[in-house]
Ligand binder design. Sequence first.
Ligand code: 4NP
Length: 165
Amino acid sequence: MGVLVNVRLCFVCLGNICRSPTAAAVMRHRVAQADLGDRIEIESAGTSSWHIGEPPDERSVREALRRGIAMHDRGRRFDTADFDRFHLVLAADYDNAATLRALARGPDDERKVHLLRSFDPLAGGDLAVPDPYFGGTDGFAQVFDVIDAACVGLLEHLTAGPLAE
Ligand code: 4NP
């Protein structure tokens, strides 16, 4: 990627109301803590159209607020043209990554797609962020921790690589 003034990230899950808006909010928080808010732009999207225009799931919002983080993103669907705007497209799980790769127009787009958890050096063999939508409230706390660990790793990757001076 070379030295970039700005890095644009898009977090992607299925509905864009639980995992990806949580990841976007957590990453914005971590980026602000690192004083890199003017270098890293963050959005989120879904691979489905089910929740376009909707606010995030209340259970995700509550868990994030419990950690001092506000969530703002409205549901939208990832579009092929988004590959032009973003340097990295971070999929919550394998299905979302496969959908994104199917939308890619070629190797340049495809190379942008990564599993979010691949940036967590302590993640095990399964690199999916579990889908909390149909589970209980506990799931949302666990998913938050999984996402936070991945965002910390992603920020380390960016500061060591694309954002290094
Ligand atoms: P997300 O969770 O992909 O993390 O936003 C889901 C949200 C909604 C649905 C599934 C997963 N749904 O079936 O409507």
